[in-house]
Structure formats: structure tokens, C-alpha cells
Design a protein around this ligand. Structure first.
Ligand code: 0RA
Length: 638
């Protein structure tokens, strides 16, 4: 009897805890999954898959399958150990139910294991459950199949046995809550990209993906791991040597894996992961990698006569020109920093990665002299080009084109000198430039019309970039410099807004500009300074009523709201130049009325991918891309 009432008391206490936990998650979903936009939505899938990946890391799982269903729900199945269903000693309920409802339930991880946790990852299945209209979970374990259904995070019935079954595993099927998320439509490409990434990072697993909405299926399995990842990233380029350099080392409890390869281009593509999480904003592991790379290549270059004397040396930019690399580290207690929790903070990791790279890369170069020869020749060439660029910059500086006083002639600057209040509109073409000058608020809005061709930075070195008028005036107007010398304290406008036509040319210019920012001023994107203006496509008028529509759907909806097609005039704006200054201000520029799209690092990376494929030297990927995207290619939007 006594035992019984204790159990009841414990049950009640845990029920209250469950409800409190659920309401905390539902009240502030952003605290748990970062945001409630498309990124947060996709995080639900990642969270479940990360749990399956933990099973892979524990050596208990080889297959994962992810399915997007017609009704907007998603199923993740794995052949891991299955979530335990035995009664939890503290909560007196099946562990499954605790895992599904309570924060960080049970310490499921074996001590000393690297967990996919920290940052926004590893917050727990209960978070996905709390943010789902319904969640049905099945567990295969101990010869039986178990089932339980939840609605808005609350179990609708006790755990049920469905019968006997072979094997072990977990099946999670959930429908995101439409009242929580701004959008609940999963994007196939976003999901696929993450699954592909995970399959490179975890070569032991096979991941099946199926989209029942369009009937497509794919399977990801890359036994070659991150080396294959680098090969894949370099598909559209011409590598200097093959296969990529790979190294693997352990420093204390930190496991470090690196794959790297140079191509004949000029960009640095470094993808860095900590416990399988893509650290978009870098962190101590990336700093360690860069330090190690620069030091090792300088030492080798000096001892093998590629550079002479103490004075000459290769800079970080020199040794990273044309570098494609994937760094994957496993850290026991990762600390993630920054707004999107995508930056590693653990200070000890810098030295660990640096020392591993120093030792293992040196070894590799000594054992592969022809690889060493080709990559050092490239770095030395980069160094010479850097010297040429410095001279070119000095020249432009002397001509007064860069820095202070020498603002570009085409810039219609604003009056305010407070960067935080100032906005720069980058406008395509002269006629749109004229309209936007009239439509702006000159107190804080500046206009820079861009004329002529914008150089594709994907294929150009710094000296050539600075010789391009459009790029030079852009850099001068923004004021913060570029590359390693970028200084955000000199930024002249905190909002830099790309305003291009909603057509193919506009999309093209936007792609080029985003690539420029992504490659040469990534901090501007990371710190949220880059925006895309959203000009309307249509103006609808009926009598005195005027409505602007930003899509064909919106246009059709407005026509309906106006009560049919009669007496409605619809004007289609083919470009910004067709709007009056007043219209442009009212719809696109005035902060009280406009909507701006903030560019994320992912957006810019996507733009860069598109550009690499469309403009790259390799014909085959371009042909494949155009073939695969034959329909969308008329509007290469990002
Ligand atoms: C708690 C403990 C154990 C595994 C899991 C949860 C688990 C969760 C998920 C979510 C999706 N797939 C999953 N697979 C396993 C450890 C189990 C044990 O030690 O037997």
C-alpha cells in the first residue's frame, strides 16, 4: 500500500513535470530549435536523425531511412537498439515515455561517447514531440514491437505491444504543428543535403531518403568518408592531385579527421564539423587548422627551397587559395557559441587541431613529394599574386579610389554618418538607380547604381577583382575592405540591400553579388548585414483601392478579394525601372512598409554553388545541372 501511494505520488509529480516541460518548449520554441521558420522546421528532422546517428556512433546502427509523406509528416526509421521500454526507476513509467516527454531524459549516452549534442542539436526527442501535432513512435526491442501515440507532446494512451517482431530499431513518425511554424513544408533539397552530409561524415551508415510527394528516392552511402566528401565538393573543379590528402589524429579525448585537396581555382572552401554538426561560423577548430596549415606549409617551403630567407613567407590566404577541405572533429563536451550556435568555443581544441595538422601533414608531405610540389607551387604563385594585388591596391589608394574621401562618383550617399542607422541600396542599372534616388529617404538611405558587368569572383584573383569598376566602387562604398583585411568597424552601412529586378538578369546579378560577399566579405553575411529587397510583381487597382502583389498567388488572391476580374487594372512590373519613385518607396524601400529578406550563410553558399556550376570551367557538371534544373533555370533564384 505504502509503495503504491509512493508510486502514484511519483507519477503525479512526473506528470506535472511533463506538462511544465511541454509548455516551456511550446512557449519559446526558438530557445530549443533556434527559430520557427524553415530552418527550425527542418531542425525537427535533424533532431530525430541525430538520435539515430548516435546509435551509429555507438556501433549499434547501420541503416537509417527518412521519408517525407504527402500529408506533410515525416518518418525516420533506424535499426539501432531501439528506445528502451522498461519502466524507468525514477519516474515509474516506460523509459520511452520519459524520452518522449522530459528534458534530457535518461542518460542514454555511454559515458565518454561523443554525442551529437550541444548548440541546437541534441535538445531531445521531447522537443520534436512538443512541437508536433502528433507523433507516433514504434520500437522494436526484445522480440516485440511497441507503439505509442502523442498529440502536442502528450501521450493519448499508454504504451502498447503490437506483437512479436524480429530485430531492433526505432520508428518515429510525426507531423509538425502548423500553429508553431511559419511554414510546415519540408524542402526536399534541404533534407537531402543534410542526409548526404551525414553519410559522408559517418561512412559506416547507409541513409535512404524517399519523398512521397514527388515519388523520388535516393540512397546515401559513402564508404570513403570525408575524403569522398572533398572529391564530391571538387567535382566542378580541376584538382591539382588526387586522391585528397587525409589525416587522422587524436589529441587527448579529441578526435581529429581532415581531408584536403587543392583545385586550380582561387577560393577557400572549408567545411568544418564538430560531432557531425556543421559549424558554419567556424571556431577554435578552424583557427587551429589554419594555424597548422600555414605553419607546416611555411616550414616545408623553407626547408625545401620554395621560399628563401626569413623575410619571405606564405600568408594564410596564400596557402588556402584553391583549397577544398573537410575538417571533422569529435569533442567530448563541445561548447557552441554565437546566435545560431554554429561556432565552436572550446579553447583547448585550437592547440589540439594545430598540433595534429603540424605533425600529420608534415609527415604526409615528406612521404608524397609530388603532391607537396604541386600544392606549394600553387601557394607560392598565390603569394606572388598577392604582392601584385598589394601594389595594385596601393595604386588605387594613391589614386584616391579606395578609402576616405574617395567615394565612388556614382554613389548617392545619405546624410547620416551613423552606420547603424544607414542603408546602402545596390541597384542594377541606371534608370532604376534614378528612380530609387528619388524614392529614398536621403537622411539614411544611400544608392549605388551598378552598371556594366560584374566580374565573377569565382574565377578571379584579388588584383583582377580590384581592376573591375563595379566591384571597386562597391567595396569603396561599403568601406570595410575585404579578405583578411576586412574591418567591420569601418563598415559605413549596417544594412546593405541588393535591389534587382525580379527576372533572370536580376537573379544573375544577385547570384554574382552574393558570391562576392560569400567569398570576400563573409563576416558581412554572418553578422546579418546583407539583405535582399522584395519589389512587387504586380499593382492591382479597383477604384480607389490599390494593392501590390509579390507573387502570382498573391495576385490571384487579390483579384478574388476584389470580387472578380471586372473593373480591375493589373499592372505587371517587368523591372524596377517601371515603377514610379513613389511606388518604389512605398513597396520596397520604406522601412515601415517593405519586407526585406535577410541573407543567411546557407543562401550565399547556395548562390556560390549555382555560380560554380554555371560558370565553372568544367562542362560536365554544368550540363548536368542545366539538364536537371531545365524548368527552374529561367529564374535562377536563391
Ligand atoms: C535512450 C537510450 C538508448 C537509446 C535511445 C534512447 C535511442 C533513441 C532514438 C531515437 C531515434 N532512434 C533512437 N535509437 C535509440 C540506449 C539503448 C540501450 O542502451 O539499449
Amino acid at each position: 500500500m505504502v509503495e503504491n501511494s509512493a508510486a502514484v505520488a511519483a507519477y503525479d509529480a512526473s506528470s506535472i513535470q511533463v506538462l511544465e516541460g511541454l509548455s516551456a518548449v511550446r512557449k519559446r520554441p526558438g530557445m530549443y530549435i533556434g527559430s520557427t521558420d524553415a530552418r527550425g522546421l527542418h531542425h525537427l528532422i535533424y533532431e530525430v536523425v541525430d538520435n539515430s546517428i548516435d546509435e551509429v556512433l555507438a556501433g549499434a546502427c547501420t541503416e537509417i531511412s527518412v521519408t517525407l509523406h504527402q500529408d506533410g509528416s515525416c518518418t525516420v526509421i533506424d535499426n539501432g537498439r531501439g528506445i528502451p521500454i522498461d519502466v524507468h526507476p525514477k519516474y515509474h513509467k516506460p523509459t520511452l515515455e520519459i524520452v518522449m516527454t522530459i528534458l534530457h531524459a535518461g542518460s542514454k549516452f555511454d559515458k565518454g561517447a561523443y554525442k551529437v549534442s550541444g548548440g541546437l542539436h541534441g535538445v531531445g526527442l521531447h522537443v520534436v514531440n512538443a512541437l508536433s501535432e502528433w507523433f507516433e513512435v514504434q520500437v522494436l526491442r526484445g522480440g516485440k514491437r511497441y507503439f505509442q501515440r502523442y498529440e502536442l507532446g502528450v501521450p493519448v494512451a499508454p504504451l502498447k505491444t503490437l506483437g512479436s517482431a524480429e530485430g531492433t530499431g526505432t520508428e518515429a513518425h510525426f507531423l509538425p504543428d502548423k500553429s508553431v511554424f511559419e511554414t510546415t513544408i519540408f524542402e526536399k533539397e534541404t533534407v537531402e543535403r543534410r542526409l548526404k552530409e551525414l553519410s559522408f561524415l559517418n561512412p559506416q551508415v547507409t541513409i535512404h531518403f524517399s519523398d512521397e510527394r514527388d515519388g523520388t528516392q535516393s540512397t546515401f552511402h559513402h564508404a570513403g568518408g570525408i575524403s569522398e566528401f572533398v572529391t564530391d565538393l571538387n567535382t566542378a573543379t580541376a584538382p591539382l592531385f588526387s586522391p585528397p590528402i587525409t589525416l587522422h589524429a587524436k589529441r587527448d579525448s579529441t578526435d581529429i579527421e581532415l581531408a584536403m585537396q587543392y583545385n586550380d581555382g582561387y577560393n577557400d572552401t572549408t567545411l568544418a564539423f564538430v560531432n557531425n554538426i556543421h559549424t558554419v561560423d567556424g571556431g577554435t577548430h578552424v583557427i587551429g587548422l589554419r594555424a597548422g596549415l600555414t605553419r607546416t606549409l611555411n616550414d616545408y617551403a623553407r626547408s625545401h627551397g620554395f621560399i628563401k630567407g626569413e623575410k619571405e613567407s606564405l600568408t594564410g590566404e596564400d596557402v588556402r587559395e584553391g583549397l577544398t577541405c573537410v575538417l571533422s572533429v569529435k569533442v567530448l563536451e563541445p561548447q557552441f557559441e554565437g546566435q545560431t550556435k554554429a561556432k565552436l568555443g572550446n579553447s583547448e581544441v585550437k592547440g589540439q587541431v594545430e598540433s595534429a595538422v603540424n605533425e600529420k601533414l608534415q609527415e604526409y608531405l615528406e612521404e608524397h613529394p609530388s603532391v607537396a610540389q604541386s600544392l606549394l607551387a600553387k601557394a607560392v604563385q598565390a603569394s606572388q599574386a598577392r604582392e601584385a594585388a598589394r601594389k595594385a591596391r596601393e595604386l588605387t589608394r594613391r589614386k584616391g579610389l579606395l578609402e576616405g574621401g574617395g567615394l565612388p562618383g556614382k554613389l548617392a550617399d545619405c546624410h547620416s554618418r551613423d552606420p547603424a542607422a544607414c542603408e546602402l541600396f545596390i541597384v542594377e542599372g541606371d534608370s532604376a538607380g534614378g528612380t530609387s534616388k528619388q524614392g529614398r529617404d536621403r537622411e539614411f538611405q544611400a544608392i549605388l547604381p551598378l552598371r556594366g558587368k560584374i566580374l565573377n569572383v569565382e574565377k578571379a584573383r584579388l588584383d583582377k577583382m580590384l581592376a573591375n569598376d563595379a566591384i571597386r566602387s562597391l567595396i569603396t562604398a561599403i568601406g570595410a575592405g575585404l579578405g583578411d583585411e576586412l574591418d567591420l568597424t569601418k563598415l559605413r552601412y549596417h544594412k546593405i540591400i541588393l535591389m534587382a529586378d525580379a527576372d533572370v538578369d536580376g537573379a544573375h546579378i544577385r547570384t554574382l553579388l552574393l558570391t562576392l560577399f560569400y567569398r570576400k566579405m563573409p563576416q558581412l553575411i554572418q553578422q546579418g548585414h546583407i539583405y535582399i529587397a522584395q519589389p512587387p510583381l504586380y499593382r492591382l487597382q479597383k477604384g480607389a483601392k490599390i494593392v501590390y502583389a509579390y507573387s502570382d498567388d498573391e495576385r490571384d488572391k487579390t483579384v478574388q478579394e476584389f470580387g472578380g476580374g471586372r473593373g480591375i487594372t493589373i499592372q505587371r512590373f517587368k523591372g524596377l525601372g517601371e515603377m514610379t519613385a513613389e511606388q518604389l518607396s512605398e513597396t520596397t524601400m520604406n522601412p515601415m512598409k517593405r519586407t526585406l529578406l535577410k541573407v543567411t550563410v546557407e543562401d550565399a553558399a547556395k548562390a556560390n554553388d549555382i555560380l560554380q556550376i554555371l560558370m565553372g570551367e568544367e562542362v560536365e557538371p554544368r550540363r548536368n545541372y542545366i539538364h536537371a534544373h531545365a524548368v527552374e533555370v529561367t529564374n535562377l533564384d536563391i
